[in-house]
Design a binder for this molecule. Structure first.
Ligand SMILES: [Zn+2]
Length: 326
């Protein structure tokens, strides 16, 4: 965010400046009036003796500051030094207000409160977008899983409502720093990491085969684009309101265990931008690894980033889906 004055209409800026001056002086007058009222209410002895001096000092300081501001205003180079006198132009004030608007941050949420929040949003949602690396700790509730919030949402509490879920997972590549770092953060080697990834895909594929579970899940894989952010976006059933939960990958800990920022939707907000970013990645920068068609479990890509990555992915897919590729 830049506060450069170059493209600010100078005339307009000056008018705003005088408006601010009036505000400052108005406040000074009101405050002095209140002080005098307070003094007389408190019946300070001999107030009459000091009253003229007090008023004189107030007027003198107003005069001096007025001249100092006018001189500073004439010399644009010095203008910045007088910022503390509220001499922001309209554009600058808008920029500052935008900072608050863009953020719309509603706190940093850590476990276990974060899970309560996510569950509440999930149950109220008609569409959920999830971008994680592998999601094992979120979608499984076995002894290896550190946290199982989406398992409870999808397979338990939220299984009976119709809901669209779009999931973005990271395509594992043996040469990707992100793959190695995430495997390391979860204390496993890359082969085990890929196997767990397919267990997630299989588990979610089973949902699409079930008639009991009403969630519709589409899983796609992104390359090393935008690997640093993990986030969930919940779109509510009733009013289309969206909420974003966002965090940045820490090399040392499992993503599922880190705290997340809660950010509300608004035009031009971070939630709005991440929502658009998700849609762009989902539609244009992903591949389908296992078919998303109901009842079809084939591994779609014929070639992979590197031959060794293809070998590992095929082997782990066959292990988990119990199929032998021809
Ligand atoms: Zn590769």
């Amino acid at each position: 965010m830049s506060f450069k004055m170059d493209n600010v209409d100078k005339q307009n800026g000056r008018r705003e400046h005088y408006k601010d001056l009036f505000l400052v002086y108005g406040l000074v007058f009101i405050l002095s009036g209140l002080l005098l009222l307070l003094f007389s209410l408190l019946r300070i002895p001999n107030l009459q003796d000091y009253q003229d001096i007090i008023i004189g000092v107030i007027f003198l300081s107003i005069f001096i500051s007025f001249f100092l501001i006018v001189i500073a205003q004439k010399n644009n180079r010095n203008r910045k030094r007088w910022r503390f006198l509220l001499s922001y132009s309209e554009e600058e004030q808008t920029a500052i207000l935008k900072l608050f608007n863009i953020a719309r941050i509603k706190g940093l949420w850590a476990l276990p409160d974060l899970d309560e929040e996510i569950k509440r949003h999930f149950l109220e949602s008609k569409k959920v977008k999830i971008k994680v690396t592998r999601g094992y700790n979120l979608f499984f509730n076995d002894e290896d899983s550190k946290r199982d919030i989406f398992y409870h949402c999808i397979f338990d509490a939220g299984s009976k409502d119709k809901r669209e879920i779009e999931l973005l997972l990271h395509l594992p590549c043996l040469h990707s720093l992100h793959t190695r770092q995430r495997a390391e953060a979860n204390h496993m080697d890359v082969a085990e990491y890929v196997e767990k990834l397919f267990e997630v895909v299989k588990k979610l594929k089973d949902v699409t085969l079930s008639t009991e579970n009403k969630n519709e899940i589409t899983v796609k894989f992104y390359n090393d684009y935008e690997v640093k952010w993990r986030y969930y976006i919940f779109e509510e059933k009733s009013n289309y309101k969206k909420t974003l939960y966002l965090n940045y990958y820490d090399d040392r800990i499992s993503g599922a265990e880190s705290a997340m920022l809660k950010i509300e939707y608004g035009e031009g907000s971070l939630c709005h931008d991440f929502d658009k970013k998700f849609d762009d990645i989902f539609s244009n920068k992903t591949i389908e690894l296992v078919s998303n068609i109901k009842g079809d479990i084939s591994l779609l890509p014929k070639t992979f980033c590197h031959p060794e990555c293809g070998d590992l992915i095929k082997a782990k897919y066959e292990d988990v889906f119990k199929v032998k590729q021809r």
